[in-house]
Design a protein around this ligand. Sequence first.
Ligand code: SAM
Ligand code: SF4
Length: 338
Amino acid sequence: MASQLITTAAGLVDRHGRVATDLRVSLTDRCNLRCQYCMPAEGLDWLPSEQTLTDDELVRLLTIGIERLGVREVRFTGGEPLLRRGLASIVARTKAIDPDVRTSITSNGLGLKHTASSLARAGLDRVNISLDTIRPETFATITRRDRLHDVIDGMAAAKSAGLLPVKVNAVLLRGVNDQEAAELLRWCLDQGYQLRFIEQMPLDAQHQWSRAEMIVADEIFERLAKQFVLTPTGRERGSAPAEEFLVDGGPATVGIIASVTRPFCGDCDRVRLTADGQIRNCLFARDESDLRAALRAGASDEELAERWRAAMWVKLPGHGIDNPEFLQPQRPMSAIGG
Ligand code: SAM
Ligand code: SF4
């Protein structure tokens, strides 16, 4: 029954009735920052280049995803996607498959100052920039690099290039930047950026995440509520993970993504492709499906599509972080594509 359902379903359906249409593509596992909640100071063993999908291989998989499997949104991430040579060409080739597919990047913003306009010309729709503080010394503590000004310049360039809305993702760390949440929100409001706070997840390569230490969504709300009036927007969240609040009556909003304490797995519409061509049906999946090996062994487009569907069909109902038997995935966030 299950296999019949898999083969007759056109899209990326799972046995719990969810349909994945939002593809996160990791373009590289490398990065030029070393955020504490993501990577160790010394970095990681990067993927050998021969294991990384070439641009042509990637575009072939994107074509299968879009034309055969119902992918409607492609987010390029990493590692740091701006480190991938040929990013603009990959974006342009994605748009050429179907101009209605929305494209975006999640980036730390380093170097975006120089590439924002060419990315916009290539057809990139939007950017998500990760920024946890606007204080240079806190930035250097979190990322272990003194590059705050580059990020701020990159964000301004994205705005000028029309890569809108510029969304900002922030992670709060206790005793590091948790006192700066309201200040960061004030700055984002002034600049016209849409800020979302994300609960820290157990995806760091060092395995130092602690449930007891993390700043939970309710705490984020309380900290912001000391300085702003926050009211629910009343909009249905749908598959969007952020709970959105109007700030001081709106129209500006702030989002809080309670990935750990109020998981949204039941509404998840995401699927991930790693830089080495593995399909992951969840950030926290412990299994992957190797499309690169199949592709290099000569699989047809329909065979690759069928493998991809089968990988999605077995997606678990939830990430289970709160279960005692929870095991952190072997790959860290930077190698999965956040
Ligand atoms: N380098 C890019 C960046 O930082 O935006 C893209 C990759 S990064 C892995 C994607 C997102 O994951 C960033 O917004 C980052 O803050 C977030 N992230 C990394 N480790 C995390 C963790 N342990 N918990 C929650 N978010 C995390
Ligand atoms: Fe790099 Fe992004 Fe991880 Fe920071 S969160 S180390 S910028 S991949």
